[in-house]
Write a new protein. Structure first.
Length: 281
């Protein structure tokens, strides 16, 4: 698609830098307006340095199809900033519509009317970053740093498969040690501190390969082998919790955290239901 050249100052005199900058700003403004009209959700997030790179490439090369490298860079930046693929493609369609419309009036972006090559370039670049983010995302609770219930569900699936292979109930080999803290009377920073200290206690006691996870705002659990060390682990956990929580006056007043050994149910599906129930406790 040809892009109208910036109008020269007079006759055939090449446009000045100021005129080129003005044309770039005009293109950028029209693109933004069209993108917002097409459904861009957060106006403040639209502007990126890569937007200017695309505008400059389009203005310099005269054709949007010749700006594929810049468009790929913008797609990667959109993905890194959290924009979805549908939103990113709609933004591309807005640029395409603006460049295909000679006037300054309303344009109607249409993803289906955008050249397939540009759609493919943009989608692949966006997917490169989005996939990399997905692969490197840690399944951890941001407050405690512990793995989430999703991790524990996956770990339990492995436990149940191993138990099935041995033709014995999973409850014979593993048990859940659950810690819940009544934080109803605590607010603000002290509430956050309480769960951080509880998580630290679990990490200290269960430091030899046991699976520890955060189940809810005030509940954590450890999946531990059911052997002669279960009782000693329980004692050590209560001691570690007391040592950490007693140093804070507000947390010391909420009472002792409840530590309980919970038997695993017959199936993995029931175990997942159990985790959901414990999270609400």
């Amino acid at each position: 698609m040809d892009v109208p050249a910036a109008r020269p100052g007079s006759g055939d005199t090449p446009p000045t830098q100021a005129e080129r900058d003005a044309s770039l700003r005009a293109l950028r403004a029209r693109w933004r307006t069209a993108s917002l009209a097409a459904g861009w959700r957060f106006p403040s997030d639209w502007a990126l340095p890569e937007v200017d790179a695309v505008c400059a490439a389009v203005m310099a090369k005269g054709r949007v199809e010749a700006a594929e490298t810049a468009l790929a860079g913008l797609a990667r930046a959109r993905a890194a900033a959290g924009a979805g693929l549908a939103e990113t493609l709609a933004d591309l369609a807005a640029l395409h519509a603006v460049l295909g419309h000679g006037g300054d009036g309303f344009v109607s972006p249409d993803v289906d009317a955008t050249p397939a090559r540009l759609l493919r370039t943009t989608a692949l670049a966006w997917a490169d970053v989005a996939t990399d983010q997905l692969v490197h995302t840690e399944v951890t609770d941001p407050l405690t740093g512990l793995p989430t219930a999703a991790y524990l569900r996956t770990r339990l699936a492995e436990v149940y498969r191993a138990a099935e292979a041995r033709e014995r109930p999973a409850a014979e080999d593993h048990v859940l040690l659950v810690v819940s803290l009544d934080l109803a009377a605590v607010a603000g920073f002290a509430r956050l501190t309480g769960m951080i200290l509880v998580a630290d206690a679990l990490r200290t006691v269960f430091d030899s390969g046991q699976s520890v996870a955060s189940l809810g705002p005030s509940v954590v659990a450890a999946l531990v082998p059911k052997d002669e060390r279960v009782a000693s682990h329980g004692v050590a956990l209560r001691r570690a919790l007391h040592e950490r929580l007693s140093v804070d006056a507000q947390l010391a007043d909420v009472g002792k955290p409840r530590v309980s050994a919970v038997r695993l149910p017959a199936t993995h599906e029931l175990a997942c239901d159990l985790l959901a129930q414990l999270a609400r406790a």
